[in-house]
Write a protein that binds this ligand. Sequence first.
Ligand SMILES: O=C(O)c1cc(=O)[nH]c(=O)n1[C@@H]1O[C@H](COP(=O)(O)O)[C@@H](O)[C@H]1O
Length: 270
Amino acid sequence: MEIQKLIQQIEKKKSMLCVGLDVDLEKIPKHLLDHEDPIFEFNKAIIEATQEFCVAFKPNTAFYEAQGLKGWAALKKTIDYLNTFYPEQFTIADAKRGDIGNTSSMYAKAFFKNLNFDSVTVAPYMGRDSVEPFLSFNDKHTILLGLTSNQGSEDFQFLKSEDEFLFENVLKKSQTWENSQQLMYVIGATKADHLKSIRSILPNSFLLIPGVGAQGGSLKEVCKNGMNSSYGLLINSSRGIIYASNQNDFAEKAKLKAKALQKEMALFIN
Ligand SMILES: O=C(O)c1cc(=O)[nH]c(=O)n1[C@@H]1O[C@H](COP(=O)(O)O)[C@@H](O)[C@H]1O
């Protein structure tokens, strides 16, 4: 998807919301377990209920891979369903890949060609040649882990050399790579106090912000510090939306959660 289309959707829906499809069989309503494909049944209901309030969906592939072949089949059905019925939704394979060049090319092929996601999350640690194969696909986007939401981000991302954090160095260096205009970045909502300085390094890039809701990040702080003139944010919530209820009303409750987040975001969108 072209970025311009994503920006139009944000304007139209007054939403920067990304719904995370992190489907855990132990948390979904028990009655769905009788279906042949409970993960897909759950996703279909969540997508139907929340799509009017969001502009993106992000299945985290770990939750599908954990279920073996059945999980991978559910992931494929989910992305096909989105591409068929809601092609205006930006899709993110949260797979956190990255390897030597020829292997990264295969990961890129898997997520961009075979599954046809708009974007994939990638770890930057192996450097330029591990990321550039993802960037060679037109109209596909590579979402690089910038500053993550977890506590362990302190271990490496905040190491300082020459007055600069390691994560800042990663952001700057990645901007010199070929086709870097196709890069987006993950910045955790729990690190919202760094968003202003991150915007001085990345004034134009879209940022994927996980960590509001279950991880405690503030939506207001994220919007205040992180938006740019093209909105520039996709704000993810997974558990806070999809597990609002584990009863028959799960989709309705998820819809209310998505609507509430959209309403809060709309205050920041002209
Ligand atoms: O890349 C991600 O999406 C990601 C990066 C990060 O720094 N923190 C983070 O929570 N995530 C993912 O974002 C989602 C957050 O889920 P909730 O905490 O349930 O809203 C999960 O799929 C995480 O794997």
